[in-house]
Design a protein. Structure first.
Length: 307
């Protein structure tokens, strides 16, 4: 049988004060209760740990050997418990999140800045990476969770919907499409279309085929990053499509956004977590904050619908 925490605290308090009276006051117990805990410890060990006199209590030789050991164990335990309490109260902690490049330079900095105002003691580390690497960062444990578009489900990764947004067309000011009452996907093929490489365009073409079988896209150019596509649009080399959360970057390039219709295609983004790993209190609070931020944010997209 091992000494209890109460017995160890009793010995440490007695060693620091040299008095049953003072030790009992520190521990908020009666002297008789404190004396009982010391006796229980001595019975457990089979030896004396305190030499009692009429003036004060002194530790025995064994008591003096146990005191620094008990004291360190209690300090380590109290420190760990205080750390857990601080993390639970969001007075400490770190959140690590992986996200694609465009989201990392538009939506997430706004969310992180707002979260820091509410929880200044929690550090948020943003890992920007190619969209194809988000799930891998989550699976490896490098990040607490990731944010990205819909992908094929896996047994190891859990996906929770964050938002669903419609595609918008991006073009320079003064473009011929700006004057049209509504903009359709059929209009896109009338101008050089700059697409993204990989699954972004593949899924887009698939969705178009499902919704509108005779409609397709013929990219004029395919690039790796959305910022490259926006720069090319700004140089009037063509038009592109994105999601409304990219609005800050679209504005930075001085471009316009319009909702694409006929059909109105959408893309869902998810919060990805590892099934076998529970989120820390800080990470849970950031995910909840992210959901609330997205739900209450207004995306300034010019939308024209039929009455």
């Amino acid at each position: 049988m091992n000494p209890s925490l109460r017995q160890m605290r009793a010995l440490v308090a007695l060693a620091k004060t040299g008095s049953f009276t003072l030790a009992a006051e520190i521990l908020h117990v009666t002297q008789s209760a404190l004396s009982g805990q010391i006796k229980e410890l001595e019975q457990l060990l089979g030896v004396k740990v305190v030499e009692r006199t009429t003036r004060k209590a002194q530790l025995s030789e064994l008591g003096r050997e146990l005191y620094p050991l008990f004291d360190k164990m209690l300090q380590d335990l109290d420190g760990a418990m205080a750390d857990i309490a601080n993390r639970k109260a969001l007075k400490k902690g770190m959140v690590r999140v992986a996200a694609p490049q465009m989201m990392s330079c538009t939506l997430l900095p706004e969310v992180i800045a707002a979260y820091r105002l509410a929880y200044p003691d929690v550090q948020v580390k943003l890992v920007d990476c190619p969209v194809e690497n988000v799930s891998a960062r989550v699976f490896s444990g490098e990040v607490d969770f990731g944010i990205g578009p819909e992908r094929e489900p896996t047994a190891e990764i859990d996906a929770q919907v964050l938002f669903e947004m419609p595609f918008v067309l991006v073009f320079p000011p003064g473009h011929a499409l700006e004057q049209r009452e509504r903009v359709s996907w059929a209009d896109v093929n009338d101008f050089p279309f700059i697409a993204l490489q990989g699954q972004f365009t593949e899924r887009l073409l698939h969705d178009m085929h499902v919704s509108f079988r005779e409609l397709s896209l013929s990219p004029y150019n395919e690039v790796t990053f959305m910022t490259t596509a926006l720069a090319m649009v700004s140089a009037k080399l063509g038009i592109t499509v994105c999601l409304p959360y990219a609005e800050p970057m679209v504005k930075l390039y001085g471009l316009r956004m319009r909702l694409l219709q006929d059909p109105e295609l959408t893309r869902r983004f998810f919060v990805y977590t590892k099934n076998a790993r529970a989120l820390s209190p800080a990470a849970e609070s950031f995910v909840a904050f992210l959901h609330e931020f997205v739900d209450t944010h207004e995306w300034n997209v010019t939308v024209t619908r039929n009455a």
